[in-house]
Structures are given as structure tokens and as C-alpha cells.
Ligand binder design. Structure first.
Ligand SMILES: [Zn+2]
Length: 511
């Protein structure tokens, strides 16, 4: 490709509003175009590079016997329809598929009954991890929940918050990573006095935990929040009282998953008044109507000497003990995991971290009518469906934080630069070299613009093409400079195609 016919508008200054260093580099390097609303579109360089990354992973997946599909995984029920047509016996399983869809590779599979999310993600993620590590990218595996249930994730740890980064937690002691919906640690109920006396205390205008703690001069961990949720299960809505330590927050995703609900929402004031006869603010678990189901977070279990709502306006109960004054049959992990909480792996305090999502994988919800296959003994067994996604865009932006891209991933293998196109001999030699390298099967970008040398080199730095051939001062003698990695060599132009071919063969052997 000649630069004069390439659409790659480079920018001197970073675009406004973009903090991800990789995304900024792509935009400055003319790989992508940013819009004021935070969207972006790839330009030719970016599109070629994303195709290269896509193919790099596809090749690996095809090698692992995944079947490449087109527009099937992206359609609702596509995987189920495939299953209905293609799976009868254990011999047809596993059936694993992959499909390219914009900035992602969609994944999906049908497995034997006994396969767990862990088994499946282990096998798929190990291929992805190997591919990433050959690109010098390190990722971490994280387990958490999403609206559809349990999920395995691969994430890139980030140093700060930016465009694609999400907030998570990390344990600096043992290195454990998590997201807000990962399983929380050993946070326990507050441990106060041994056998406190329960008292009803007048606590006017203390509708919030902050106001209550200020009034009683106690830490928020010594209170128990009682939150009322409406929970949807099989088209029916039910009221649930959710108990948690006063310093923690409910994760709707975890709550829905623990109750097996399709959706959850905080109960409206009218609904509370109808069910309990009171507005929120002073409600607690003691003496609620039996129609309201109670569920407690693990942070409530075993608490001693805590404060709860008295179910009477302007009053709270103090000196409350789990098991003596209240308890719930249902205990689950329903709080968002945040900095300051205990590490699930080692118990040390967690710290705030950031990550960007590379891949995730989850079990597909079992349809109302499960699908069956015949096992070796002829017994009918349920198929297991899973889905996943690999984000090519996140991989591309993360790779773009490096100065140069590797051959095979970069949009071009070689960039030929002539500092002065007016130098007839140099221009002539460069055109000849361009034709020969292209004929040798290389992807070559030829900067044939009539620009200042400084501008050409500045652009070349932004493009990050792995090999740069400069046809300059010694062109009259047929000598050019080849720059790659940290190395620079002078050689006869006629030797360049062969030299580059050997360089890329070595590179491919490494990948
Ligand atoms: Zn830890």
C-alpha cells in the first residue's frame, strides 16, 4: 500500500476524553477515528490489525477443533437450533464453535452432562492464555456472577481507571483478583459485648445508617440493614427482606442468583406500606409478616450486640444477637465485593484495582425443555450449553500501548521510507524495493508522500510497523538502512527481500 492512497489521519495531540493509552495511540496513529460521544470506528490500519488479531486466535481455535460459524451464535437460539440439528449421541459431543462478530469472537458449545463451568473455561481459557502470552500480554482468571449466573473471566489488570477499565479488587498479599460480583470473603457478623440486653431505643430522624450511627455513636458495621426487595420468580413477584451488615452494599446480580430469580428490584414505598403497614427507615427482621421471606448475607451470621430497626417509627433495637433475637433460614453471599473487605483467598484486606475484560464464559440457562443426547449405554442425558466472548478490541488497545506491533499482528510487516522523494535515485530504488518485497509476499507500506522527513518519521513511530527500511543518503550506492527491534543494519537493497523473509520466518517460528 502506498501512503498517498491510505486513509490514516495521524494526530499530533491526543484526542480529548480518551484516557486509555492504547486507544489514544490508535487514534493518534490513524488506526481509528474517535467521536465526541465516546464511540470510535476503525480506519484501514485498525481494521487490518483487528483482522490479524482475529485470525491469530481463530487459527488457534480451529486447531483446537472449534467449528467456525457465521452469524449463528449472534442470533437468538442459534446454538439451540444447531444442537437440535446436530447432536444425538455422545459421539457428537463436545460441539464447540466460534464466530467473528465485529470487535469480538463469539464462542459457544454443547457438552456432556457432567461438564462444569470450570472444566469448560479451563480448556477454552488455556488456549486464549497461550495466545495472549505469545503476544506478551498477561491476564488473570477471575470467577464472578453475571445476570445469567456464574461466569469465568479473563482480565487484564490495569494500573489506573480509564476508558475500558472497570473497577475491581485485588489482594496485595496473595495476588487474588476479583470483581464486585466475585464471591466475598470471610467478612463476619459484628462481634460486640458477649450477652447484651435487647433494648428498644428512641432514635428520632435516623432513617439512614449514617444518621443512626452518628446518633448512637457506633460504627456502621455494628448495624444491620434490612432492605426490602421485590423478586421475580416464574412470572410471580414476591417480597423478600434482605439483611446485611450496615457498612456493606447489596449486589442485585448476586441477590438474584442466590434466590434463583429472573430479576430483582427494591420494593416501592407503597408496596412496603401495603405489606407491613410502615414506611422504610425503621424496619427490621423481628416481627415481620410471615409472607415475607428473609435472606441474610454471610456478614450478618453470628453477629453480637448489633442494632436493627424496631418496626416502629423512630425506634431501633440495640443489643441484638444472631440466633437469640433473630435468624434466617436462608444465608447467602449477596454483597458487592469492595476494597476494605476480606480477601476470599487469604483473609487480608482487599484493595481497589482496575481491569479490562478480555474474555468471559458462562453456562447458558437451561431452556424450559432441556436437550438430551444418548450416552454410551444408551441412557438419555441432558446437554450442557455454554457461551463465551473474546474481546478483540480490548486485546488490540492493550497491544497498542507498545511502541511497535509484532509481525503478523501489525497491519503491515514493513514500512519503506524515503526521507526525500525529490531525490530521484532514492525514490527509484525505493519503488523498486517496494515492488520486490510485495512480490515476495510481504505486507508493505510505502511512504511515498512528498512530506518533510521529520513528519514521515513521526508518523512511522505512531504506526509502529515492526520493520522500517529507510532509503536515504546512500541510495546512490544501492545501500539502505533496515531498522527492526533495537537493531539497525545497512545493506544492499537487493539483499533486503531475502533478509526480511528470514526475519519473518524466525518471528513466525517464535509465535
Ligand atoms: Zn489474599
Amino acid at each position: 500500500m502506498r501512503m498517498t492512497s491510505l486513509l490514516a489521519p495521524t494526530m499530533k495531540h491526543p484526542p480529548e476524553g480518551w484516557k486509555d493509552p492504547g486507544a489514544v495511540r490508535l487514534m493518534r496513529g490513524g488506526y481509528a477515528l474517535s467521536w465526541e460521544n465516546g464511540e470510535w470506528n476503525l480506519l484501514p490500519l485498525g481494521a487490518i490489525m483487528r483482522d490479524n488479531i482475529c485470525w491469530f486466535f481463530l487459527e488457534r481455535f480451529l486447531g483446537d477443533n472449534l467449528q467456525q460459524l457465521d452469524s449463528l451464535l449472534a442470533t437468538p437460539h442459534g446454538l439451540e437450533n444447531l444442537l437440535r440439528r446436530s447432536v444425538q449421541s455422545y459421539r457428537d459431543l463436545p460441539l464447540r464453535t466460534v464466530e467473528s462478530c465485529g470487535g469480538s469472537l463469539l464462542l459457544g458449545g454443547i457438552e456432556e452432562e457432567g461438564m462444569s463451568l470450570k472444566d469448560i473455561s479451563h480448556s477454552i481459557f488455556s488456549s486464549i492464555k497461550e495466545c495472549l502470552s505469545s503476544l506478551n500480554l498477561n491476564c488473570e482468571e477471575v470467577q464472578d456472577l453475571c445476570e445469567r449466573g456464574a461466569r469465568s473471566r479473563l482480565v487484564f489488570p490495569e494500573e489506573s481507571h480509564h476508558t475500558f477499565a472497570q473497577e475491581g479488587v485485588i489482594c496485595s498479599h496473595c495476588g487474588w483478583h476479583g470483581t464486585t460480583t466475585s464471591e466475598s470473603g470471610r467478612d463476619q457478623g459484628f462481634q460486640g459485648a458477649d450477652s447484651p440486653v435487647m433494648k428498644e431505643v428512641y432514635t428520632p430522624d435516623t432513617c439512614s445508617i449514617e444518621a443512626l450511627c452518628a446518633f448512637l455513636n457506633i460504627p456502621s458495621a455494628q448495624t444491620i440493614k434490612t432492605m426490602f426487595y421485590m423478586v421475580e420468580k416464574g412470572n410471580e413477584w414476591q417480597m423478600v427482606a434482605v439483611l446485611l451488615r450496615g457498612d456493606l452494599y447489596i449486589s442485585d446480580v448476586k441477590l438474584a442468583a442466590s434466590l434463583g430469580a429472573t430479576s430483582v428490584r427494591i420494593a416501592a414505598e407503597e408496596e412496603l406500606v401495603r405489606a407491613i403497614g410502615q414506611k422504610p427507615g425503621f424496619l427490621g427482621p423481628v416481627g415481620l409478616p410471615p409472607s415475607i421471606c428473609l435472606v441474610a448475607d454471610r456478614s450478618v451470621v453470628g453477629c453480637r450486640d448489633v442494632v436493627i430497626g424496631a418496626n416502629r417509627p423512630d425506634y431501633h433495637l440495640t443489643g441484638i444477637v444472631w440466633g437469640r433475637d433473630f435468624s434466617t433460614e436462608r444465608v447467602a453471599d449477596i454483597v458487592t465485593l469492595e476494597a476494605g473487605m476480606d480477601c476470599p483467598a487469604c483473609g487480608e484486606k482487599l484493595q481497589k484495582s482496575w481491569w479490562s475484560d478480555v474474555a468471559d464464559l458462562w453456562l447458558d440457562q437451561v431452556p424450559d425443555e432441556p436437550f438430551f443426547y444418548q450416552d454410551k449405554e444408551g441412557t438419555s442425558r441432558k446437554c450442557r450449553l455454554w457461551r463465551g466472548r473474546l474481546s478483540l478490541d480490548v486485546i488490540m488497545t492493550t497491544l497498542s500501548r507498545k511502541n511497535t506491533f509484532s509481525a503478523g499482528i501489525a497491519p503491515f510487516d514493513v514500512e519503506i521510507i524515503v526521507p526525500a522523494m525529490k531525490d530521484f535515485e532514492a525514490a527509484h530504488l525505493a519503488i523498486d524495493l517496494y515492488c520486490k518485497t510485495v512480490q515476495a509476499g510481504m505486507a508493505v507500506l510505502f511512504d511515498d508522500r512528498d512530506e518533510r522527513a521529520g513528519a514521515k518519521f513521526a508518523d512511522a513511530d505512531l504506526f509502529g510497523i515492526p520493520v522500517r527500511v529507510v532509503v536515504g543518503r546512500k541510495a546512490a550506492e544501492g545501500i539502505v538502512e533496515v531498522h527492526f527491534e533495537e537493531d539497525t543494519r545497512e545493506m544492499q537493497a537487493e539483499d533486503v527481500p531475502l533478509f526480511l523473509a528470514s526475519l519473518f520466518d524466525d518471528d513466525e517460528a517464535e509465535l
